[in-house]
Design a protein around this ligand. Structure first.
Ligand code: CUA
Length: 315
């Protein structure tokens, strides 16, 4: 796609496939609609007033022809539907081995936090050829993370987590923008996605290294805000154990079953009465005006880290 730049550059195989889909749909639509316009003009000329054309109307019933011009476009369009649906599901199914990065949007900046505790503002460094999954929270209003080179855009909405995953395989720096009007400096709320080779990325992590991983920072909050008083193994209060919680199904008091994902943990911290785990008294206080979204993200990282070293337990 050099020469006339109709599209932004492509940073992933997914972006290339989105472009092929758009091009394919465009070609199909032109092929299906162009004959209509060509014939309108041709008939207008052929049957214009005063022209000695044959205007008798012969009934011509060729069933095969009539069926074909309904069925062929239908099959072609279904083909595109399947293609587009596959891309959609792909964009919403992050692989399990994706690198986790936390994103906090606020007026007017993007804050990115890596699992090792590295943080950066308006710049996101990722390794090429490895899937990356973003868990995104907003501290104030709706923002939208948009990376044209990835052909991906996802709203970041206050009160919930949204996610986005990608596998950028071409090293380089790509524009990263906010695509939702969010106030006076919306237009300035952007930066770069910097795709590095795995070696460069390892060096970058090393250089930007901090003492504490995100999970360790979360563990510190867990103690300083008194969570450990009830949730620690030795606590006398009857609170749900958090070891091995992440990713498991949790039976609720109303009989339903939810999966303990990032959103569940966030809601349990900020809106504890909204979803009570079955068999536990409703004694958990809300931390809504105590913890910032940033701190909740770190607690989520900590509770997630407890999943790995948990003993198998019966449900
Ligand atoms: Cu944030 Cu626009």
């Amino acid at each position: 796609m050099s020469g006339l730049a109709l599209w932004p550059e492509q940073a992933s195989a997914y972006a290339a496939e989105v472009d092929r889909l758009v091009l394919g749909v465009t070609v199909l639509i032109v092929l299906l609609s162009a004959p209509v316009f060509v014939l309108i003009v041709a008939f207008a000329v052929k049957y214009r007033r005063g022209r000695a054309a044959d205007r008798s109307h012969q009934v011509n019933r060729r069933v095969g022809l009539e069926v074909s011009w309904a069925v062929i476009p239908f099959v072609l369009l279904i083909g595109f539907y399947v293609w587009a649906a596959r891309l959609f599901f792909d964009a919403h199914s992050p692989p399990a081995d994706a690198i986790e990065i936390q994103v906090l949007a606020k007026q007017w900046m993007w804050k990115f936090q890596h699992a090792g505790g590295q943080r950066e503002i308006n710049e996101l460094h990722v390794p090429a050829g490895q899937p990356v999954r973003l868990t995104m929270a907003s501290q104030d209003v709706i923002h939208s993370l948009y990376v044209p080179a990835l052909r991906l855009k996802q709203d970041v909405v206050p009160g919930r987590y949204t996610t986005l995953w990608f596998n950028a395989d071409r090293p380089g720096a790509y524009a990263l923008e906010c695509a939702e009007f969010c106030g006076a400096d919306h237009a300035a709320m952007g930066g770069h996605l910097v795709v590095l080779t795995p070696t460069e990325y390892a060096a970058w992590l090393e250089k930007s290294g901090v003492d504490e991983s995100l999970a360790a920072q979360g563990a510190r909050l867990f103690r300083s805000h008194g969570c450990s008083g009830c949730h620690a193994a030795a606590a006398t209060v009857h609170a749900p154990p958090l070891e091995g919680l992440f990713g498991r199904p949790v039976p609720l008091q109303d009989g339903s079953l939810v999966t303990a994902d990032e959103q569940y943990i966030r809601d349990s911290i900020l809106l504890p009465q909204a979803q009570l785990a079955a068999g536990y008294p409703p004694i958990m206080p809300t931390f809504r005006n105590v913890l910032s979204e940033d701190e909740v993200l770190r607690l989520v990282a900590y509770i997630k880290s407890l999943a790995a070293d948990a003993p198998e337990r019966p449900r």
